[in-house]
Design a protein around this ligand. Structure first.
Ligand code: NAD
Length: 463
C-alpha cells in the first residue's frame, strides 16, 4: 500500500454541534428513585472553539518559556488533516454514508498517537484541539510518541453491534496506510472500546502482505488482552487520574479516607475512577452521563453501577440513588470532582456552582477558559487534562512496546511503571508551576513545549 496524500480536508470545518437543551427534569431532592431523563444533557454552546482555546494555552506557555516563533508556528497547526467519506451497509439492507477524520498533529518525537472518537458531535475543530493535546501529553510524559486524534461522526447508540463493526472496518479501510504501527497508532476514546480496536487491528492486518501480518498488531493500542492488549490499559487513564489525586493529597496533607467525589461521565474513565477511588476510601456521591444525573448520600457501589452501565449503556434506570438535575449535580458538595465526559462542560455557571476542593480532569478540555478563571478565583486547584489523563497514552506506549517485542508484562509491572511515570510527571508540573507562579495547565504545556522546542532545535529544519 502506498500512503495517500493526506491534505484532502485541510481548511474544511464541520462545526455542527449538539444544540444546548434544557437540563433533565428536576425531580427534587425527595423524589423517589426513578429513571433519569433520557433527554440529551447540555453539552456546549454552538460557538465554542476548542482548537482556539488550545492555541491560546500554547501561546501563553510559549511566551513563558520564550519558545521561538517559528517553532510555535509549526506547533500551532496539525501537520495533516484527513477527512474520509465511506459507505456502510446497514442491517435493513440500506446504505449510509459516514464521515471519518484523522488529524495528525505532530510526529517529531515519535509516531502519531491518539484516540478515535465515535460520537455525533465529532468535528474537525475539536479533533484538531484533541490531536494537539496528544502531542503535549507524549512530550510531557517523555514517551516517544507524537499526537493525533480521529473519529467518526456517528451516534453509536443507534447502531447494532454488527453495524458498529462494519462502520469500524470500513473506516479502517478508508484510512488505509495513513495509520500503521510505526506511523500513526489509534487508541480508544469516547464511543470506542477494546472491541473496536480489535476490529481495526484485524481489518488492518488483512490489508497487508501475508508474511507481515502479525507484525502489524501494534497498529492500535487499547486492544483486548487476548488480541495483544496490555494488562492495565483498560483502567490506565483513570489510574493516572487517581495517582495525580493521591500526589495532590500527599502534598496538601489531605487524608482521602472517608472523603467524597462527584463524577461526570461514567464510561471508561469515569467508572474506573469511581472503582479506584473506592479502594482509597473515597465514595462517589453523584454521577452523571448523557442520560441524566443521580445522587446518593451514602455513595454508589461502583462495581454494581459499572456492571449496570456495561449492560444498559448508561446510568438511566439504575435502581439506587435519586435523579437530580445537571445544575444540582454541579452544586453537589464533595471533596473531588472528576469530569470524565466531554470538553466544555464547566463554564461560568458550573464553576460558580462547584463546591469541591479539587478538580482532576479525566476528560480532555472539560473546563472552558471562563470556567477555569472562576475556579481559580475560588481557589479550587485543577489538575489539567494533559497531565491528569495521560495514564492512557502512557500504558498505550507500554502496550506498543510489548507488541513490538512479542512480550507480555504482568499487571504489577504495568502498574508499577505507570505509578512512577505519573508521580514523576505530577511533581515536575507542580514544581514548575510553583517556581513560575503559573497554573498547573500552563506548567504542563510549558514542560511539553520545552521538550519539543529542544528537539526542533537539535534537529533543525529540513533541508
Ligand atoms: P466513554 O465513551 O467510555 O464515556 C464517555 C462518558 O461521557 C459516557 O458515560 C457518556 O454517557 C458521557 N457523556 C457523553 N455525553 C455527555 C453529556 N452531554 N453530558 C454528560 N455526560 C456525557 O469515553 P471515555 O473513554 O471514558 O472518555 C471520557 C473522556 O476522557 C473524554 O474526554 C476522552 O477524550 C478522555 N480520555 C479518555 C481516555 C481513554 O483512555 N479512554 C484517555 C485520555 C482521555
Amino acid at each position: 500500500m502506498t500512503r495517500r496524500a493526506i491534505d484532502v480536508g485541510r481548511g474544511r470545518c464541520d462545526c455542527s454541534r449538539m444544540k444546548a437543551t434544557s437540563a433533565a427534569p428536576d425531580a427534587g431532592p425527595s423524589a423517589p428513585a426513578s429513571v433519569p431523563s433520557t433527554a440529551p444533557t447540555p453539552t456546549r454552546g454552538d460557538d465554542y472553539k476548542f482548537f482556539e482555546v488550545v492555541q491560546g494555552y500554547l501561546s501563553r506557555a510559549g511566551d513563558l518559556i520564550g519558545l521561538p516563533m517559528h517553532i510555535r508556528n509549526m506547533l500551532a497547526q496539525p501537520k495533516n488533516e484527513l477527512i474520509v467519506h465511506f459507505p456502510v451497509r446497514m442491517d435493513d439492507g440500506s446504505m449510509r454514508m459516514f464521515k471519518g477524520y484523522r488529524i495528525q498533529h505532530n510526529n517529531l518525537l515519535g509516531p502519531y498517537k491518539g484516540g478515535l472518537r465515535f460520537h455525533h458531535t465529532v468535528s474537525l475543530d475539536d479533533l484538531k484541539a484533541l490531536a494537539t493535546m496528544m502531542t503535549w501529553k507524549g512530550a510531557l510524559m517523555e514517551i516517544p510518541f507524537g499526537g493525533a486524534k480521529g473519529g467518526v461522526k456517528v451516534d453509536t447508540r443507534g447502531l447494532s453491534r454488527d453495524e458498529l463493526m462494519r462502520v469500524t472496518r470500513r473506516f479502517t479501510h478508508a484510512l488505509g496506510n495513513n495509520i500503521g504501527p510505526n506511523y500513526d497508532i489509534p487508541a480508544p476514546d469516547v464511543g470506542t472500546s477494546a472491541q473496536v480496536m480489535v476490529w481495526i487491528m484485524d481489518t488492518y492486518m488483512n490489508q497487508v502482505d501475508h508474511g507481515a501480518k502479525n507484525a502489524q498488531r501494534a497498529v492500535v493500542t487499547g486492544k483486548t488482552i487476548t488480541c495483544g492488549g496490555s494488562q492495565g490499559r483498560n483502567k490506565a487513564t483513570a489510574q493516572g487520574v487517581v495517582h495525580c489525586i493521591t500526589e495532590w493529597a500527599k502534598d496538601n496533607r489531605f487524608d482521602l479516607e472517608g472523603k467524597t467525589a462527584i463524577i461526570q461521565g461514567f464510561g471508561n474513565v469515569g467508572s474506573h475512577s469511581a472503582l479506584l477511588l473506592s479502594k482509597l476510601g473515597v465514595s462517589t456521591v453523584a454521577v452523571g452521563d448523557h442520560s441524566g444525573y443521580l445522587f446518593s448520600k451514602e455513595g454508589f457501589n461502583p462495581h454494581k453501577l459499572s456492571e449496570y452501565v456495561a449492560q444498559h449503556g448508561s446510568i438511566a434506570g439504575y435502581d439506587s440513588g435519586e435523579p437530580i438535575t445537571r445544575e444540582e449535580f454541579f452544586a453537589t458538595k464533595a471533596d473531588l470532582f472528576i469530569p470524565a465526559a466531554l470538553e466544555n462542560q464547566i463554564g461560568e455557571a458550573e464553576a460558580r456552582a462547584l463546591d469541591v476542593r479539587l478538580v482532576a480532569e479525566g476528560a480532555n478540555g472539560p473546563c472552558n477558559p471562563a470556567g477555569e478563571k472562576i475556579l481559580e478565583s475560588k481557589g479550587i486547584p485543577i489538575i489539567p487534562d494533559v497531565l491528569a489523563n495521560s495514564g492512557g497514552v502512557t500504558v498505550s506506549y507500554y502496550e506498543w512496546v510489548q507488541n513490538l517485542n512479542s512480550q507480555s508484562w504482568d499487571l504489577a509491572e504495568v502498574d508499577g511503571r505507570l505509578e512512577k511515570a505519573m508521580k514523576t510527571a505530577y511533581q515536575r508540573v507542580q514544581y514548575f508551576a510553583q517556581e513560575h507562579g503559573v497554573s498547573q495547565r500552563i506548567a504542563a504545556y510549558a514542560l511539553a513545549l520545552e521538550r519539543l522546542g529542544r528537539a526542533y532545535d537539535e534537529r533543525g529544519i529540513f533541508p
